[in-house]
Design a protein around this ligand. Structure first.
Ligand SMILES: *[C@@H]1O[C@H](CO)[C@@H](O)[C@H](O)[C@H]1NC(C)=O
Ligand SMILES: *[C@@H]1O[C@H](CO)[C@@H](O)[C@H](O)[C@H]1NC(C)=O
Ligand SMILES: *[C@@H]1O[C@H](CO)[C@@H](O)[C@H](O)[C@H]1NC(C)=O
Ligand SMILES: *[C@@H]1O[C@H](CO)[C@@H](O)[C@H](O)[C@H]1NC(C)=O
Ligand SMILES: *[C@@H]1O[C@H](CO)[C@@H](O)[C@H](O)[C@H]1NC(C)=O
Length: 218
């Protein structure tokens, strides 16, 4: 065999080996990079959709499928042992999405010619609302992580801190809803309204995940 041919053969062999190990890695658990849903996750999502059916209006409840696919999109869900570990995932997703949504509102505001029109006023409310929502989300996120820290430090039943978690995410829902109201009936705001609805679903998922901790109050 010529040297160049030899090199090609060795090179192809290496490529084939790398490819097959990549395929093997993928078939052993990771489906398209997503971890398989654990029993804990599936159980939590069953409870989430049950809770949500009881608490959210009409047909707008958090489905088990939405719950699982959202949690699965984050690697941490595979090792989650507690509901607040899982609840951190939609909160983290929300932190990014709210910033994006705020940017989209800002863009529409820039393109609004008449700065005193009701569209401009409503969009400014929305812009400020998303900034406030992002700020409360960061606060809730810190609260949840502080709770995790307390647990790993051995303070396992820190009830007062525990029951603040669902309260905190309830506030996120409350504050973020002003934007949806401002966007209603606004011409050309369909995309923003859809985005606000998606944020709502994630917030409702966090609320439903944390719901059992509410019972610890009192
Ligand atoms: C789901 O709810 C049931 C009944 O309230 C409870 O026993 C179970 O621990 C919950 N599962 C999870 C994963 O939270
Ligand atoms: C479903 O939710 C209701 C209240 O909304 C609760 O009473 C019931 O125990 C829940 N079932 C399960 C299996 O968690
Ligand atoms: C979220 O929950 C609220 C309050 O229960 C409900 O009114 C709203 O329709 C829900 N939103 C979505 C998108 O499911
Ligand atoms: C999830 O984990 C896999 C393998 O452990 C890794 O390749 C991938 O980059 C991780 N994804 C994220 C979003 O961290
Ligand atoms: C801007 O909107 C306000 C309120 O709708 C209206 O009174 C005003 O005439 C508009 N200005 C222009 C330049 O269209």
């Amino acid at each position: 065999m010529e040297a160049s041919q030899m090199t090609t053969t060795i090179f192809s062999t290496i490529v084939i080996m790398l490819l097959s190990s990549a395929i093997a890695a993928q078939s052993s658990g990771d489906v398209g990079g997503k971890p398989k849903p654990t029993d804990f996750m599936v159980g939590a999502c069953k409870n989430v959709s049950n809770f949500s059916r009881g608490h959210n209006e009409g047909d707008k409840y958090v489905s088990q499928e939405f719950c699982i696919s959202t949690l699965q999109s984050d690697n941490r869900s595979a090792n989650a042992k507690n509901l607040h570990d899982l609840a951190l995932i939609p909160v983290d997703i929300l932190k990014e999405r709210v910033v994006t949504a705020g940017g989209n509102v800002k863009n529409m505001l820039h393109n609004t010619k008449n700065s005193t029109s009701s569209t401009a006023r409503h969009l400014r409310i929305c812009e400020l609302d998303y900034a406030a929502t992002a700020s409360i989300l960061n606060f809730c996120d810190a609260l949840m992580r502080n709770y995790q820290g307390e647990r790993s430090a051995g303070h396992d039943d820190d009830k007062p801190l525990f029951s603040k978690l669902p309260e905190c995410v309830d506030k996120v829902y409350e504050v973020s809803s002003y934007c949806a109201i401002a966007l209603l009936d606004m011409p050309g705001a369909e995309a923003l309204l859809k985005e606000s609805h998606q944020l709502d679903m994630l917030i409702n998922l966090s609320i439903a995940l944390l719901a059992p901790y509410k019972d610890l109050e009192s």
